[in-house]
Design a protein around this ligand. Sequence first.
Ligand code: F0G
Length: 450
Amino acid sequence: MSSIFTSRDLGVADFRFHCIGCGDLGDHASQDFRCSQCGDLLEITYPQWKEARPDAAKLKSGWRERKVSAKATDQSGVWRFRDLLPALKREEDAITLREGNMPLCSRITGVPRLFAKHQGLNPTGSFKDTGMTVAASFARLAGFRWVACASTGNTSASMAAYAARGGMRSLVLVPEGKISWSKLSQALDYGAVTCQLKTDFDGCLRLLQQLVLQAPVYQLNSINPFRLEGQKTFALELLEQLDWEPPDHIIVPGGNLGNSSAIGKALVEMNDLGLIPRIPKLSVIQAEGANALFRTLREASGKRLISVAAETRATAIRIGNPASWKKAAHVLEVTNGVCEQVSEIEIAQAKAEIGAEGIGCEPASAVTLAGLKKLVKQGFVKPDESVVLVLTGNLLKDPNFTIDFHRGDLFKGTHDESAAARLNALRHPPVVLDATLDAVIGTLEQAEKS
Ligand code: F0G
């Protein structure tokens, strides 16, 4: 297998690949982005920061100045922070859809100082765009014609869009019948070759890891460390929005565990560089039916992965064998965060509550609010502490879930059917009426009373 990704070949020698297992440091990575010595995952590091630490005040003012620039890389909420990303030789090499720039919404119900940062407002509707702009740009620089990913839907949508914008072909492996139609339709529209495989996400990812060793395709899953570098900018943008005053807690959903790893890496780097005075606690929430990290920490003290056969209606996080579990376990440890799990009913309730705030998100994102409620009950989050929920995907990503919920069909035929009755007050089912004024006014009067 050739070793084709080198920082030097790309004309930039400012970063290195560091193995999280054996610590090997090099400027080469192979096509599966695994350590050639021990097979563990790689992360990108910047040794020159040790020799010449970037000036925190200069970085902050530079990032502020770029906000009013018309340059594509300055308008991107990812590349605006390019000083802390792997360097492109030329800025025109960035494939950008002006990703990032995600609003921070305040006044969410529950905890007085509760914010939600909506990654679902990215160009393809999920946080994947912030990582994809970086990794797709490096794929093109490395001369690839094809990029590929395994996905529960959002990665494939994002990858297909960035590949199309960058003039590359894309290959998508998704579990048949287990991803939402909206996400699938995005991949189709952006021109991906889309394979619905008769397996789950974990099976798709296993196959992809074999494929990239045999075919000239560039892997764009979050095993790819360039993805995580782009996803770091969530934390940079968040802290800038908070005027560099860290919140007490950041709460993120956990699936394949790339996003939590990226955000945690960013927090540690920002602290090391003097951009923030302390590190917020980063906590990960999983669905009970896809709780590999939760169990790994509880039952194996984070020492070995406990895989699970994943099942949840929050299909984005229906993952039983998360690739980045070691990275995530590490960031929870260094940020003093925890991992919690939430039930299907708790997810549905939290999603409806976020929707009722006029914000909206997909089910996998709603685990954050459901998890927060548990963490407040357990006393881990104090009522007066500041909390940021990471909303990872747009409401429109999974309309079936929302419609089934409001129609009262979400839990029909499941063992949660009777317990779900307590969510009835949150349901707003559509009504079919005769097209008369009386019928509409009658409905309005009835709604006013309820
Ligand atoms: N939220 C949404 C909306 C997602 O799409 C995903 C992952 C996650 C949370 C979990 O993030 O994997 O970094 O821990 N979706 C991937 C995909 C797996 O293929 O779209 P993670």
